[in-house]
Design a protein around this ligand. Structure first.
Ligand SMILES: Cc1cc2nc3c(=O)[nH]c(=O)nc-3n(C[C@H](O)[C@H](O)[C@H](O)COP(=O)(O)OP(=O)(O)OC[C@H]3O[C@@H](n4cnc5c(N)ncnc54)[C@H](O)[C@@H]3O)c2cc1C
Length: 387
């Protein structure tokens, strides 16, 4: 809504109670979207909530409207508005079902079986109002999205017409995507916040690679975060953002989760490749490789630059790239010089490597580890961590 109103030339402010936009994403994956909103003139207020709305006749409004709303925020700040749109969550409208005595879940969604039958087998329910199976954990969830709603509708019709021959609705993943001006961002499966909150063990990696061959005109990066189970390597979720090609990667990983594929499967998925369309190693393959490197102990990942605060951080980019997007506190030793300058690094302390997008820092960390250093690579590189 913010984007479309801005395209119409309106002044738009987004107020968000959390300290990030799009809470479906992990904070570091949402941060570039906040920057994109601001870059496009959206006033973005994070970490502040709406306290109340005051309606007032206003002669002072710049657009000449007779009335305006003052949106009073919890912080004490005020935002003047001609129109307020609330997007503050989704609740099932299940009063009719409650009155009919149907079983509801803990958050008011209608409980259904595999064929979308409610607790009264002559009444079916489909869509946002009902619970469904979570394809990641097998538990119950509710996923208010158009795809699941429509396919559940198909299951209802199948069961009505085919009876026992109908196929059950398998469950939902919550695969979703949004355009934010020139970026797209999306998610499938679970994010790190949710996995951590539920106490589900997971590993994650962030990779950055172009959506098609880098030498072919129009190449732009896709930043992909992959989450998997350390127990069996099964993919638990993914998030991605970029200017192009985000949908393809999310859809591939959504299919992988549905098929219960592992990080090793991702490493060897075979994609259609010619330079305008992809790369010989697709972003999804690279995520699989990187995940395998972590699993096999080849890569000690560091999720956030803040985890390296006060430590020795080596920026292994060429000096030009390093000067253009500096990493605070890092010492620049370009990869090509690293083997000859090992005596400049304190072997008694951990050493953190960083580069532009996270690949060269992995090479540097491998060189250092092979020389006996306790080396760790900062995921996603400077573009992701300070860009
Ligand atoms: C602004 C917006 C953008 C969205 N964009 C996307 C998107 O890009 N991708 C995506 O996957 N999903 C998107 N969604 C979500 C998607 O629209 C919903 O998941 C989907 O419409 C759910 O379908 P449904 O049939 O369960 O409910 P609905 O589409 O809400 O249909 C329920 C219908 O039941 C009617 N109704 C309610 N009570 C009664 C009653 N007592 N008697 C008779 N009728 C009744 C309602 O009026 C309504 O028409 C978006 C939602 C919104 C609000």
């Amino acid at each position: 809504m913010a984007e479309q109103l801005a395209r119409l030339g309106k002044r738009v402010t987004v107020v968000e109670l959390l300290d990030q936009v799009l809470p479906q994403l992990d904070p570091e994956m949402a941060a570039p979207l906040a920057a994109e909103l601001r870059r496009n003139g959206i006033g973005l207020i994070l970490g502040d909530g709406v306290e109340r709305f005051d309606r007032s006749a206003s002669a002072a409004r710049s657009d000449g409207a007779a009335e305006s709303l003052t949106v009073a925020l919890k912080s004490g700040a005020n935002v003047e508005a001609g129109l307020v749109i609330l997007s503050i969550g989704v609740r099932p409208e299940s009063g009719l079902a409650r009155e009919a005595g149907l079983e509801l879940g803990s958050r008011g969604h209608i409980v259904v079986d595999d064929f979308q039958r409610t607790s009264d087998p002559d009444i079916y329910a489909a869509g946002d109002v009902c619970e469904t199976r979570d394809l990641v954990t097998g538990g119950r969830t509710s996923i208010p999205l158009g795809g699941p709603a429509n396919r559940q509708g198909r299951t209802v019709a199948d069961h009505i017409f085919l009876g026992d021959k109908a196929r059950p609705y398998p469950g939902s993943l919550g695969t979703a995507i949004v355009r934010v001006f020139n970026l797209s961002a999306g998610i499938t499966g679970w994010n790190a916040k949710r996995l951590a909150a539920e106490g589900i063990e997971f590993e994650s990696v962030v990779v950055n690679a172009t959506q098609h061959a880098g030498y072919f005109p129009g190449a732009t990066p896709v930043i992909l975060k992959l989450l998997w189970s350390p127990t069996d390597g099964r993919v638990l979720g993914a998030q991605a953002f970029g200017r192009d090609g985000v949908d393809k990667r999310l859809d591939v990983i959504a299919t992988a989760i549905r098929g219960r594929l592992t990080i090793d499967d991702l490493a060897h998925l075979e994609f259609s490749y010619a330079p305008p369309f992809g790369s010989a190693k697709d972003v999804v393959n690279i995520a699989g490789f990187a995940a395998g490197n972590i699993r096999d102990g080849l890569l000690k990942p560091v999720n956030s630059l803040s985890d390296a605060a006060g430590q020795q951080v080596i920026d292994v980019r060429p000096p030009g790239a390093s000067a253009k997007l500096p990493v605070p506190g890092a010492v620049n030793i370009p990869l090509g010089q690293l083997r000859g300058r090992l005596d400049e690094i304190d072997a008694s302390r951990p050493v953190f490597t960083i580069c532009q997008v996270g690949k060269t820092s992995y090479f540097a960390a491998r060189i250092l580890a092979n020389h006996g250093f306790d080396a760790r690579s900062i995921l996603g590189g400077a573009v992701h961590q300070v860009g």
